[in-house]
Design a protein around this ligand. Structure first.
Ligand code: PGA
Length: 239
């Protein structure tokens, strides 16, 4: 789907989340951070204030977290999700399952995340952004397609794009974890994403572009603004 602006991308993503939750209020959803999804969170908060959606039974997971940052640190992704979303809607604190970046036991933290996903019945939906280098969550180029939640080393361009990366490591759901979601929504906006979006959608799946693995999933919706879509050949508005 190609829309006029990043705000429209967020609106549509929010409408899809609301629709899916109407069908299954207990759904487990993996949530992205970064600039791209901000309009989606604003729209979800609006829908919640109007009473058009109920988040109280849903389960939420973060896709990734910077290693070394406590949840209370404003640059942590846990803090982002709390600030932009959880604190403004009726999500249940016991249903927000966030990777702890300040854990002393990163491996156990990754296993805990995977086990919690299984315990709540698997991810019904994963909403993703895409990095300039094609990463999804923090699965950088070279990430195995079957990877699970794990500790990763961030690529230099990712550190550059992240205003606050305390060190070069992060926790991330794996590509395999993400591909097991029953549905995936990929969001991209702005000209900086145009080239990598075209590679991810048009080239054969390759380790060099982690987002290209999404081609292997049967239920993916890609929502782009015009700038992010400009390297794609588009027929009738549908990529
Ligand atoms: P961005 O990040 O939305 O801030 O561009 C996307 C990502 O790195 O996944």
């Amino acid at each position: 789907m190609v829309l006029g602006s990043g705000a429209a991308v967020g609106q549509l993503a929010a409408r899809l989340v609301v629709a899916r939750l109407a069908g299954n209020p207990r759904m487990a959803i993996a949530l992205p951070t970064g600039k791209t999804p901000l309009p989606m969170y604003r729209a979800l908060v609006d829908f919640c204030r109007k009473g058009s959606v109920d988040f109280s039974q849903a389960h939420f997971f973060n896709l990734d977290e910077l290693l070394g940052l406590p949840r209370t640190h404003p640059a942590s992704y846990a803090a982002y999700l709390r600030r932009e979303f959880f604190s403004k809607v009726n999500a249940s604190p016991s249903h927000t399952h966030l990777l702890n970046g300040s854990t002393q036991h990163p491996l156990l933290e990754c296993i805990r995340h995977e086990r919690t996903i299984i315990r709540v019945g698997g991810l019904g939906l994963a909403v993703l952004g895409i990095g300039r280098n094609g990463h999804i969550a923090f699965n950088e180029p070279g990430s195995p397609i079957y990877s699970r939640t794990r500790v990763v080393r961030l690529a230099p361009e990712t550190i550059e794009d992240n205003h606050f990366a305390p060190n070069t490591y992060a926790l991330t759901m794996g590509i395999g974890t993400i591909l097991q979601a029953r549905e995936i929504i990929l969001l991209a906006s702005g000209p900086r994403k145009a080239q990598i979006v075209a590679r991810a959608l048009r080239e054969a799946p390759t380790f060099a572009v982690p987002a290209s693995a999404l081609q292997l999933h049967p239920n993916v919706t890609v929502i782009l603004d015009r700038e992010a879509a400009r390297e794609l050949v588009i027929t009738k508005g549908v990529v």
